[in-house]
Design a protein around this ligand. Structure first.
Ligand code: GLN
Ligand code: ZN
Length: 771
């Protein structure tokens, strides 16, 4: 028997309907009921797509208004007590308070989620979902954590699917992954201790799902692809043994990396089925076929759920056919949830027909699954046309002159061995930079972007549609830049930025101007909450035909005597946030991008810009999930960064910026990037990060983010002074900068100026206190 399913589907809707509905609700323009109705409609459509493409199940439980981990926090009743959420307010209202924080002295913007005159609460921490660009909200666990099951939302989604005539497979984050992905709030507390109180709730939930007619529950345990301590590996056996008598059959789902030392464990657990990622762990398929008991269901995730290239269906069939001979129950699937790819690419308005024919979004992957199923159950002839078409597209891409550029290859061939080194060591550079810049102690700066107002977005959109001509657009952006410069001068910031008004997205902006990239009109992927990104499609060799930022930056510098920081996106971040080629190693692609950025850095310096920031927020998310593979990645990633940064003089100051992640475990590699200054997110994790920077004795300058820009909350001066004092306890004060923890583009103006005024005041107090 051969069946098809997918681990999950994108939530936003083909036209990002969910984003629009969420943001209108947050602005107070629409009700919870309207939002719920949008959610229902999106689920209905997405299930219909799955059903109509011939999948044997539709997946239920993958939908989330904000984040699926947040759904689980609520489903298991472990909303942190610090939010003091009122049990009588709607669960969605409460979830938005957790996700977005609560401002002091205010109700949540939608009314009644929190106690009236509350102190305000920072949002839950947010971090990358494994090595993807999706961010989840981190559960907080402590000694006082208790669980209570609130399964209504999931059960009603099951009922919706059933009422629509679908066969539903429910999906849950498994108990071990749920605990692992959370954070222990109490020192010395091991969150694994919570397992025994959590398991009974899962058991009840499995029974309820079964009673609701769900035959299969996909239990996501992606942590089986990580290096796990023994105690956690053992806990898997304990947990899944308890589920043996649960009503529903469990499909244990792993994805994103090979199982390696957990392969035996995963194959031996007493569950009805196992899903494996046959893209990231193609070499393990044979081993799993051998080890997984024959009566168990095997789900082979053969199509890439993380990338957008049209599949080589014949190669997929060559893996699946032998598997089918060995298994009574074989499921065919995408490697992981399709959350990470755009809804559809086949008829994207911005792609030419040739390029579009090389690609597959979520909808096209559903079709590919169907073709595979037909070929396996009825023979290739049943889908001869589709197989031929796929083969032709593959072959065309392999030989296309759009993909290779001889000049790029020649430049890389001729690259000098020291192309990744600055002329002098940091110590010398620091002296020269100080002489040139003449900044006060605790210099203040921001991370680059300022609020992207409705007018800015409207102007950019009109320009793109051709309704606003280039001159008018340029004039409007320049006036925006001027305003941002004047505001920063008035607030008293030391190092200014131009505000990035002309940028829709920090990767797209550069990709659009580099060769080798293509852009979709509608290829959106959820990043967090209502935020979506439209990753470029990096299909060919990369080069920079012309300067990309020099004009805006020099215009901004011309308006002020204070230093204007040039603002670029680094090679690893461009790599990480694009859909990249699968026909050459990522390291080779990174090096090509690095050279293009280097050209821009050199041009900025030549135009008189003294400080250039090369953002690398994604450096850590590029880490392989298995530690054995870290070293190799970090070596080529840090080198790519240095190549982009090393074309300048000693007195040009290179900044980099990183966020969203824990960095303690890669500090030596961050130091090896040799940026003169790093600005880094620390505020959400209470500056824990700095312990690491202190212990390791990070050699260059640091701006630890002093407030969380993901929340509209305005941080009081005292809070920021306290955070900086903490920083100064581990890092010499003369190497510290004061800045927010990320760019301000998602914020509104009132809270931005209020927060920055407080921040500049905090810096003044710090200077005064230290004489
Ligand atoms: N310079 C970018 C900005 O300020 C950095 C964004 C990021 O780190 N994600 O928007
Ligand atoms: Zn950032």
């Amino acid at each position: 028997m051969i069946r098809t399913h997918i681990p999950g589907f994108p939530r936003m809707g083909a036209q990002r309907e969910l984003k629009a509905a969420l943001e209108s609700h947050w602005r107070g323009e629409s009700t919870i009921d309207a939002l719920e109705a949008t959610g229902r409609e999106l689920r209905r459509r997405h299930w219909a797509l799955q059903h109509d493409s011939g999948l044997d199940f539709v997946t239920v439980g993958d939908f989330a208004f904000y984040d699926h981990m947040l759904n689980h926090i609520q489903m298991f009743g472990c909303e942190p007590a610090r939010f003091a959420l009122s049990a009588t307010s709607a669960d969605l209202t409460r979830s938005f308070a957790l996700a977005r924080g609560i401002q002091a002295g205010k109700h949540d913007e939608n009314g009644c989620a929190c106690a009236p005159a509350g102190d305000g609460q920072p949002a839950l921490e947010m971090t990358k979902w494994f090595d993807t660009n999706y961010h989840y909200l981190v559960p907080e666990f402590g000694r006082d954590t208790t669980f209570r099951l609130h399964a209504q939302r999931l059960l009603s989604e099951v009922a919706e699917a059933t009422a629509l005539g679908h066969r539903a497979k429910a999906v849950l984050v498994g108990p071990l992954s749920f605990l692992w992905l959370g954070k222990s709030k109490d020192a010395g507390f091991d969150r694994l201790e919570l397992l025994d109180t959590l398991l009974p709730l899962y058991q009840v939930l499995l029974n309820r799902l079964h009673e609701a007619g769900v035959r299969w529950v996909q239990m996501d345990e992606p942590i089986l692809g990580l290096d796990l301590p023994d105690s956690w590996r053992k806990a898997f056996e304990r947990a899944y043994r308890q589920f043996e008598r649960a009503g529903a059959s469990i499909l244990l789902a792993t994805y994103f990396s090979p199982l390696e030392d957990n392969l035996r464990l995963a194959c031996g657990l007493p569950v009805a089925g196992l899903h494996i990622d046959a893209v990231r762990a193609a070499h393990e398929v044979a081993d799993v076929l051998d080890r997984l008991p024959p009566q168990r269901t095997l789900s082979i995730g053969i199509l890439d759920g993380r990338n957008i290239w049209r599949a080589d269906l014949e190669r997929a069939l060559a893996v699946l056919r032998p598997a089918l001979e060995q298994r009574q129950d074989l499921w065919v699937s995408t490697s992981c949830s399709l959350l990470h790819v755009p809804m559809s690419l086949s008829d994207d308005a911005a792609l030419d027909a040739e390029l579009a024919s090389w690609l597959a979004g979520a909808r096209e992957k559903l079709t590919e699954l169907h073709v595979l199923k037909c070929a396996l159950s009825e023979g290739d002839d049943a889908v001869r046309f589709e197989l031929d078409e796929a083969r032709t597209a593959q072959a065309a891409r392999a030989v296309s002159p759009r993909v290779r550029n001889a000049a790029v290859a020649a430049r890389i061939e001729a690259l000098p061995a020291d192309a990744d080194e600055r002329r002098s060591a940091f110590f010398h550079r620091q002296i020269r930079q100080r002489a040139r810049l003449n900044l006060p102690a605790f210099p203040t700066t921001t991370i680059g972007s300022f609020p992207q107002t409705r007018e800015i977005r409207a102007a950019r959109a009109a320009f793109k549609r051709g309704e606003l001509d280039a001159e008018a657009y340029r004039a409007q952006m320049r006036s925006e830049i001027e305003q941002v410069v004047r505001t920063q001068e008035r607030i008293g910031l030391d190092v200014l930025v131009h505000g990035e008004a002309e940028r829709n997205d920090m990767v797209e902006y550069f990709g659009e101007q580099l060769s080798g990239f293509a852009f979709t009109a509608n290829g959106w992927v959820q990043s967090y909450g209502s935020r979506c990104v439209k990753p470029p499609v990096l299909f060919g060799d990369v080069s920079r035909p012309a300067p990309m930022t020099v004009d805006w930056t020099t215009y901004a510098q011309g308006l002020t005597d204070r230093p204007m920081k040039g603002m670029l996106t680094g090679p690893i971040t461009i790599l990480q946030w694009s859909f990249v080629r699968d026909d050459q190693p990522r390291s080779a692609t990174a090096l090509q991008i690095a050279l293009a950025i280097r050209d821009e850095v050199v041009d900025l310096e030549r135009a008189g810009i003294a400080i250039i920031q090369i953002d690398e927020p994604a450096i850590r998310e590029g880490l392989p999930l298995r530690r054995v593979a870290w070293h190799d990645y970090l070596r080529w990633a840090a080198r790519a960064f240095r190549i982009s940064a090393s074309g300048v003089r000693d007195d040009t100051q290179i900044h980099t910026h990183m966020c969203y992640s824990e960095f303690n475990d890669i500090l030596p590699d961050i130091a090896a990037m040799d940026a003169d200054v790093i600005t880094i997110e620390t505020s959400r994790s209470n500056m824990e990060l700095l312990d690491g920077f202190g212990h390791f004795a990070y050699p260059n300058e640091i701006g630890p983010g002093v407030y969380d820009i993901h929340s509209p909350r305005v941080p009081p001066v005292d809070d920021m002074v306290r955070l900086m004092d903490k920083a100064a306890a581990v890092i010499p004060a003369d190497r510290l900068w004061v800045n927010p923890d990320c760019g301000l583009k998602t914020r509104g103006w009132p809270e931005t100026t209020a927060a920055l005024e407080n921040m500049v005041e905090a810096a003044r107090q710090l200077r005064a206190a230290r004489g």
